[in-house]
Design a protein around this ligand. Structure first.
Ligand SMILES: Cc1cc2nc3c(=O)[nH]c(=O)nc-3n(C[C@H](O)[C@H](O)[C@H](O)COP(=O)(O)OP(=O)(O)OC[C@H]3O[C@@H](n4cnc5c(N)ncnc54)[C@H](O)[C@@H]3O)c2cc1C
Length: 325
């Protein structure tokens, strides 16, 4: 059997980070592709509910590396723990979610293991004795297919929305993975502070109402908020809306914002520039509202409404309210 596929998990508080479910889905598919099995590895000070949640995503096993230094994230402790465990057990692949935390320490893990590094994987397939990885390049304008040369482990991260998480009834066994080496954090975390209620994680939203420059100004945002409330949607935006200060930066979608893959994406007054499309083209159903029938956003939309959003948004709000009444 090929070396095992490890999936390094991430905690949010005591819980499993939602992107870790997607990483397990990628790991399980990779294991099936290469004829191996996937194990989920939880690095933590306290497993909380994360290990039990992870056990329901289809991995063959969940193994917990527990150490007081793995509470508040530090790259030194996480790199030390994961690379020490991997040096001993020699997995063939280490899969991580492409989160801010993972991209901070996965290159260090790859370096420590002398492994190949493939970030931001959106797909893969088997090829004569190896795996071909698909990943975006040039800010998503193109996709590259890459193969890793030589022998040895591969460390990879998977992009949000590329591998939908699948939770099942069955629960994998949970065990402890003892470290042979001790861990030394490379810095002391004095405290962790949430940015006051401002951070919005759009990656997990099932419905997103995204607004573009066509909205015309912050004074028109009430129309957007009303439709979002009626739909139960999160509000996202194109970059000009953020740069103009009409919405907070954490609502930006695109190459320099968040990458999302909701079930429903409504793009209102957004032209469809490539830097925006790379952040939302994984959406299952796209509805575009634009007064210009030739706007590029219509080319990637399942439904299009050609019209003035100042009329269309309130009309949709009414229609949604009526349908729900
Ligand atoms: C390095 C780099 C990174 C970038 N990163 C991002 C990114 O992460 N995300 C991002 O979005 N962009 C990004 N951009 C900017 C990107 O190139 C586009 O400029 C931007 O996406 C355009 O935003 P928009 O569609 O809202 O505005 P516009 O392109 O100006 O389009 C506005 C649209 O609204 C329509 N409209 C106007 N009025 C109405 C109305 N009353 N009713 C209906 N429709 C109307 C117009 O017909 C038009 O199609 C980046 C650019 C660069 C160079």
């Amino acid at each position: 059997m090929a070396g095992k596929v490890w999936v390094a998990l991430q905690q949010r508080g005591d819980e499993l980070h939602p992107m870790s479910g997607e990483a397990i889905a990628a790991g399980v598919r990779l294991a099936a592709t290469v004829g191996s099995e996937a194990e989920a590895i939880l690095l933590c000070a306290e497993p909380g509910t994360a290990a039990e949640t992870a056990a329901r995503y289809g991995a063959a096993a969940v193994r917990v590396i527990q150490h007081p230094s793995l509470g508040a994230y530090t790259p030194g402790a996480f790199t030390g723990a994961l690379s020490a465990a991997a040096s001993t057990e020699a997995p063939g692949w280490i899969v991580l979610a492409h989160s801010y935390q993972s991209v901070d320490y996965m290159p260090r893990v790859a370096h420590a293991l002398d492994a190949a590094l493939v970030p931001e994987v959106i797909d893969f397939r088997a090829d004569d004795g190896g795996v071909i990885w698909t990943r975006p390049v040039f800010a998503g304008k193109m996709q590259a297919e890459v193969r890793v040369r030589g022998e040895g482990p591969v460390v990879l991260s998977v992009q949000a929305g590329a591998f939908p998480a699948a939770q099942g009834e069955a629960s994998a066994p949970i065990s402890t993975l003892d470290l042979a080496a001790d861990i030394t954090p490379d810095r002391e975390v004095l405290g962790v502070e949430e940015v006051a209620g401002e951070h919005v994680d759009l990656t997990q939203a099932p419905i997103i109402l995204a607004v573009g420059r066509g909205i015309g100004g912050a004074e028109n945002m009430d129309k957007v908020e009303e439709l979002a409330a009626a739909l139960g949607a999160e509000i996202g935006a194109s970059r000009p809306v953020i740069d103009s200060g009409w919405l907070a930066r954490d609502r930006q979608i695109g190459s320099s914002g968040q990458t999302v893959a909701p079930k429903l994406y409504i793009a209102a007054g957004i032209s469809g520039a490539i830097q925006h499309l790379v952040g939302m083209k994984g959406s299952r159903c796209v509805v575009a509202i634009n007064k210009d029938a030739s706007a590029p956003i219509f080319a990637i939309s399942q439904y299009g409404i050609v019209g003035d959003l100042h009329e269309v948004l309130p009309a949709l709000t009414e229609a949604v309210k009526e349908a729900k009444a």
